[in-house]
Structures are given as C-alpha cells and as structure tokens.
Design a protein around this ligand. Structure first.
Ligand code: ATP
Ligand code: MG
Length: 406
C-alpha cells in the first residue's frame, strides 16, 4: 500500500473535498479499476480521526475506447448497488456514491489493515495452516451469506488482493466491482482473474461453486506463496510439505475443474475445514492403521445396530403380564423408557458410524477409494490450459462482454 503522495493522479493537492462531505487526504493504493484514497467524513466533526476515517475509490477514466469507459462505469455502478444491499461484518460498508466533474466515486468504510497479497509479499513466506484455515472459515461464512442473499450474489473475484485482514484478524471483502446478482440463465459476462477464476467463468457461467474454486486458489497462494496455475491447480503439498494431507485434499477438492467435483457450497467447505482443525491428531495416524481401525469400528457398529434392531423387534412383540392395572402401567412405562433408550443408542451408533466413515474418507481415503473424484481429477487435468488466450493475458479483471452487463 503506497502512502505519502502529495497530489492525486490529477495533480490535485491534498486535502480536497468531494461531494461537500468527504475530505480526501492521501492516496492509499492503485487497483486495476481505480485509485483508492484515504479520506475523512466532514459531517462528523466531533469524532476523532479514526472514527471519521473512510476510503474513496475513484473509477479510472483513462480508457482508450469509449465503449470500455461505459462498461467500466456500469461495473462501478453495479459495485455500488451490490454493496448498498449487503450488510455483513466481513464486507466493507458503503457510505456514498456520486459523480462529480465527470468522475465517479465510491465512498466506503476504512479497513485498517492490509490485503492478503501485500501481506504474503511483505513476509516473503507462506502463512501457517492454522492461520489460513481461520481466515478461510471466515471467508466461507461471508460467501455463504452472499450465496444465500436474496437475490444471491456471486462474488466472482475472490483473490488475495481483494481480501483485507483488519487489525483484529478479521476478514473484509473489498472490491465488489464484478460481483453481481446470480441469474442462472443470462450470466454471460466474461470476467476473470488468471489463476483464481474457474473454467466456467471463462464462458460466463459463474455460480456459487465458482467462488468455492477461487477460495481454494486463494488458500493455495497463502500456503505456498505462489500463484496457482490457471485452470490446473496442483497439490499445494507438493510445494509446501508442511501442509497436512487433509488441507491439501480440501484445496484440491475445491479447485476441481469440474464444478461437480468441488464442494457444492461454501458451507460444505467450511464443515471440512473446521473438522480438520479439531481432528488434527487423527491425521498423524498412518493410513493403513486408520483404515483397519475404521473398518473394525464400522463392522462392530453395524453388528451392534443389528442386535439392537433385533432386540427392539422382540420388545415390540412382548406383551405385559396381566397382573394388575397399576403394575401393567408401571411395566409399560419401564418398557417405553427402555425402548427410547435403545432408540437413542441406535441413533448415536448410526451417527458415530457416519462420522467414522466420513473420517475414514477424509483422513485415510485416497482418491482411488473415491472413484467419482478420481475421475474428475484426471478429466480436469486433461483440460487444455491455454484454451482461452485472450483472457489469460492479464492478471486484472478484464471486461470483455458488454452484453453481460444487462
Ligand atoms: N475500504 C478500504 N479500506 C482500506 N483499504 C482499501 C479499501 N478498499 C480497498 N483498499 C485497498 O485498495 C486496494 C485496491 O482496491 P480495489 O480492489 O477495490 O480496487 P481495484 O481497482 O478493483 O483493484 P484490482 O483491480 O487490482 O482488484 C485493495 O487491494 C486494498 O489494499
Ligand atoms: Mg481489487
């Protein structure tokens, strides 16, 4: 993040006031679509500088072609509209949007922190798995919020430079420039960020699973310090052996080229991410031992379940001895309580069985144990990586299809 500029791009000296309210005091950074400035809210004179701090994003206007300028303006408007409809602690809050002297501005809450791209570049080494999982879980939460919003919003540009981490280690998504409400039938805008966009986004078919893909790519970057390859995300563990098998598997699954091979929702991905955190010890066990233990448990639980069912069946056919009414009632009550206990045990056993099977698959399971996923992986690897040369030229979000805006 650059600071200490004396003038802005238009050689305007700081400070200057926009829309009679926002005092622009410094330049914070430059993105592909605009310049970001530090500002103060003049409407809140009694508050300290920290509370009045805000950010002004000015849309770049140096487009060569008039149609590019128009498209950029439409994206900028949509960013403002999308942001205005959202309310989530992990999403930057919008404060104002206006056009002044032919230039368009977006004013938003100031996030005290850095974006994840800067953070990796500064520290020159990957982040710990624990840290990355903590952020990824927060991102899953905010993606779930967006995907279940009415109407659902697909973020579509999840990448390290669009994710900020504030001073409390909280994630803030900035840059909703290409986010848009999800319309199944007519989402044909082609906007991609190389290395972070899934194949379907190259032909304009983004859906919630496209954001899941981008999150997997972002985790790959944070854990290896390297940008993922476009349309062919490898195992991060091959680059950084410190990564656990489980997280390696989660990243590989979220970055499958085939949408059906991925987690089907951000929530599903979060479940496996959080499971990993609590099951750290089990990962240390060798896979053959794990497989045997899981097999024995599953068999035992299955047999136990059978015995329980048989017992329940027997009981349902039992008739209480006709001694007297009071004793009959008492016997029935006891039987009922016992039956409920058996049912509860059965439910518990079944739940444990399910968990064990899922543990087995997640921790010990190899791809060959999961034929569907193995098929997806090998199919994905066959995808040509240079199939979309036009969009792969730039790391910035490219605006390529004006029709998709409508
Ligand atoms: N509200 C904010 N508070 C603090 N810093 C911000 C804020 N919004 C953006 N920034 C900083 O400015 C950078 C660029 O912002 P943003 O991503 O919105 O612009 P952009 O032009 O769309 O960028 P790009 O095209 O590179 O993604 C961000 O990476 C972040 O570091
Ligand atoms: Mg950005």
């Amino acid at each position: 993040m650059d600071t200490g500029y004396i003038t802005d791009d238009n050689d305007r000296a700081f400070p200057y006031v926009l829309n009679r309210r926002w005092e622009v005091v410094d330049k914070l950074g430059q993105g592909g679509m605009g310049t970001v400035f530090m500002a103060r809210d003049l409407n809140l004179p009694n508050l300290n500088d920290q509370k009045r701090a805000c950010v002004v994003k000015q849309l770049r206007d140096d487009f060569f072609r008039e149609e590019d300028r128009e498209k950029a303006l439409q994206f900028f408007f949509r960013e403002a509209q999308v942001l205005a409809a959202l309310n989530h602690p992990n999403i930057v809050r919008i404060l104002d949007f206006f056009t002044e002297e032919g230039k368009s501005f977006l004013v938003m809450e100031y996030v005290q922190g850095q974006n994840l791209h800067e953070m990796v570049m500064k520290r020159q080494e990957p982040f710990s798995e624990e840290m990355v999982v903590e952020w990824a879980v927060q991102i899953c939460d905010v993606l779930h919020y967006l995907h279940t919003h009415d109407p659902p919003v697909i973020y579509r540009d999840l990448k390290p430079s669009n994710i900020m981490i504030d001073v409390h280690d909280h994630v803030k998504l900035v840059d909703f420039g290409i986010a848009r409400p999800f319309e199944e039938s007519e989402d044909n805008t082609h906007v991609v960020s190389q290395g972070y966009s899934p194949p379907e986004q190259y032909w304009g078919a983004a859906d919630p699973r496209s954001d899941v893909y981008a999150l997997g790519c972002t985790m790959y970057f944070l854990l290896t310090g390297e940008d993922p390859a476009a349309l062919n995300v490898a195992s991060p563990k091959a680059v950084n052996p410190d990564i656990s098998d489980h997280i390696d598997e989660v990243i590989q699954r979220s970055t499958q080229q085939d949408v059906w091979g991925r987690f089907q929702s951000a929530l599903e991905m979060k479940e496996l991410l959080t499971y990993n955190v609590h099951a750290g010890k089990k990962e240390q066990q060798s896979k053959p031992v794990l497989a045997i233990v899981a097999g024995v448990f599953v068999t035992a639980i299955f047999l136990g379940g059978l015995m329980l069912s048989a017992k329940l069946h027997d009981q349902s056919e039992m008739q209480p001895a006709p001694v007297d009414q009071y004793r009959d009632l008492e016997a029935n009550k006891n039987l009922e309580a016992e039956k409920n206990k058996f049912l509860e045990d059965k439910r518990r056993f079944e739940k444990e069985k399910r968990e064990l099977m899922s543990n087995f698959l997640n921790l010990g399971g190899k791809k060959e144990d999961m034929p569907q996923q193995a098929a997806t992986t090998s199919a994905a690897k066959k995808l040509p990586t240079m199939a979309f040369p036009i969009y792969e030229q730039s790391d910035e979000a490219a605006i390529t299809d004006p029709d998709g805006l409508n």
